[in-house]
Design a protein around this ligand. Structure first.
Ligand SMILES: Nc1nc2c(ncn2[C@@H]2O[C@H](COP(=O)(O)OP(=O)(O)OP(=O)(O)O)[C@@H](O)[C@H]2O)c(=O)[nH]1
Length: 205
């Protein structure tokens, strides 16, 4: 089996959260990004973090001892959006396939991630579609192909991550397959203080 990587997107400004980086914000006693990495670590061989250079020290500290090699792929120009971050992160991937996940999805389901990787051979992307939209920041990509497609889309002035996706040979994981293989919370994300409070309640349940 070729090496599997998790690319964690953390280069956003957390404006809905407030004057603190939500990636390293405390969620029930653990930095949120640590929760994400701890959950995916059992099903990947390596981790790539995309962030801005000034975020790296705090994220590195939060990930101390995760048990997988962690590489930092820092934005050359910050604030260019999640698709630019995805391209930067994917360019740092050594293996063929990578699971891309946002740093604010602390309930990501490792069994579901494993299922996405299992479906990947022979394709360039495996993207869940639990409802009407594609979960592009919770999907497996052939790293080089998606990075190239993102870069072309950015050059064309495109901002939506579905644009490069449609250039690839991709598999959709439909609602039924999501229900069968994934925990229903796998896509939940935390953007606001209220979302954090909600997540903390769930983590205590
Ligand atoms: N590299 C990079 N990543 C980004 C950028 N904007 C968002 N992201 C990442 O993309 C993912 C989805 O973005 P959001 O959930 O909107 O996070 P955010 O932008 O930090 O939050 P808000 O400012 O509240 O919208 C998160 O994992 C962010 O870290 C960006 O300009 N550059």
């Amino acid at each position: 089996m070729s090496e599997r990587t998790a690319v964690v997107l953390a280069g956003g400004r957390s404006t809905r959260f407030g004057d603190e980086d939500k990636a390293v914000a405390d969620l029930a006693g653990t930095p949120m990004i640590r929760r994400v990495v701890d959950r995916v670590a059992p099903v990947v061989d390596a981790v790539v973090i995309n962030c801005r250079a000034e975020q790296t020290p705090a994220i590195r500290e939060a990930l101390d001892g995760v048990g997988r090699p962690v590489t930092f792929a820092e934005d050359e120009s910050p604030d260019e959006g999640p698709m630019a971050g995805m391209a930067t992160g994917l360019r740092a991937v050594a293996g063929e396939y990578a699971f891309v996940v946002a740093c604010d999805m602390p309930f990501v389901d490792p069994e579901f991630v494993d299922y996405l990787f299992e479906r990947a051979p022979g394709h360039e992307a495996v993207v869940p579609r639990p409802e009407q939209w594609f979960e592009t920041t919770h999907a497996v990509y052939r790293a080089a192909a998606m990075a190239e497609a993102c870069e072309a889309a950015l050059d064309a002035g495109e901002e939506r991550i579905v644009a490069p996706l449609f250039e690839l040979d991709f598999v959709v994981v439909d609602a039924e397959a999501v229900r069968e293989h994934g925990h229903r919370r796998t896509f939940e994300n935390c953007n606001t203080r209220e979302d954090f409070a909600d997540a903390e309640r769930r983590l205590r349940d």
